[in-house]
Design a protein around this ligand. Structure first.
Ligand code: APR
Length: 307
């Protein structure tokens, strides 16, 4: 079997971190693509010098020509612009939609068999657009948000309980924004309901922190948004696909009736294996969680409507 090819569309903060992690975890040959001239080549050159340090034969190349992603097995898309002062949310949606449309055309042409993971924000709308523009089977187009939102929630819960992160299990569903739904009824410490360990009031505070964690990072960094954890989260999805692990992960997938959602992309529990999104796993939500999820779906729809 030949080496796998991983195309990173966007070589910014997340794209560069993805390339490093993909190299360290020996996932395959990485192509870093970006419109910024020289930047992906520079990062690739720098990364190629990591290889001898760790004794890893990984190959990373940088390019400004999207044709170089030809035959990629996986495309991870981070190309986009961050929201700038004075830019409305609608402006951001339209700008990033144009960028997603242009890279979708390149992916459709050069990597028609690839599994596409979108990270560009506003996430749910950009994944929807990617599927529409590539015309790929929706099982092969997915968004990374739930793994990250869940990881943030688990990190906060583990810190609260002074427990290993391995002993905390949560699920954050819905859209990737303030309306996301940390599903309390499925949050446990090794199966013990979280409500037995943390008061409802304190849980609400932690859930709200999770919802705003991305913004908390932005306000500290001042010059950008989170990049280590989004990259790590996408790598987990890549590994589940390439190794056919069939992990159950929260991810932004196209629902066809599941959770009462038809034809829309939103964060739900999915199984990722060699066919891409192999199954959407419906779980029973409490009435309160159902109504939170419904509100989140409506928020996603309002962004999609801008497109
Ligand atoms: N084609 C290719 N690359 C592009 C294009 C385009 N048309 N337009 C912009 N880019 C590139 C930029 O040149 C930049 O290098 O996308 C890259 C984005 O990188 P960063 O600005 O560093 O952003 P990053 O932190 O990596 O986040 C990327 O993920 O989490 C989301 O909100 C975040 O939408 C943002 C995305």
């Amino acid at each position: 079997m030949g080496r796998r090819k991983i195309a990173l569309i966007g070589a910014g903060q997340i794209g560069g971190t993805l390339a490093l992690l993909a190299g360290l975890r020996k996932l395959g040959d990485v192509v870093l693509y970006d419109i910024a001239e020289g930047m992906p080549q520079g990062k690739a050159l720098d990364l190629s010098h990591v290889a001898p340090v760790f004794g890893l034969d990984f190959s990373v190349t940088g390019t400004n020509d999207i044709a170089d992603i030809a035959g990629a097995d996986i495309c991870v898309v981070t190309s986009g612009v961050p929201r700038k002062p004075g830019m409305s949310r609608d402006d951001l949606v339209k700008t990033n939609a144009d960028i997603v449309r242009s890279v979708a055309a390149g992916i459709r042409e050069h990597a028609p068999g690839s599994f596409v993971i979108v990270i560009t924000n506003p996430l749910d709308a950009m994944v929807y657009l990617m599927q529409k523009e590539t015309g790929f089977d929706p099982k092969k187009v997915v968004g990374m948000a739930g793994v990250l939102d869940t990881a943030r929630h688990e990190a906060f819960l583990a810190a609260e309980l002074e427990l290993s992160v391995n002993s905390v299990s949560a699920f954050v569903l819905g859209g990737h924004g303030d309306t996301m739904v940390p599903v309390r009824s499925y949050t446990t410490t090794n199966g013990i309901p979280i409500t037995k360990k943390i008061s409802d009031e304190r849980l609400t505070e932690i859930e709200n922190r999770t919802r705003k964690a991305g913004g908390e990072v932005v306000s500290l960094l001042k010059t950008g948004s989170a990049f280590y954890s989004p990259a790590a989260s996408a790598i987990q999805m890549v590994e589940s696909y390439i190794y056919d692990e069939r992990r159950l992960l929260p991810a932004c997938a196209q629902c066809n009736g599941e959770f009462g959602v038809d034809g829309m992309y939103v964060g739900v529990p999915v199984i990722i294996g060699k066919a891409g999104v192999e199954e959407i796993v419906e779980i029973d939500l409490t009435d309160d969680e159902k109504s939170q999820f419904q509100k989140s779906v409506e928020a996603v729809q309002s962004v999609v409507d801008i497109l």
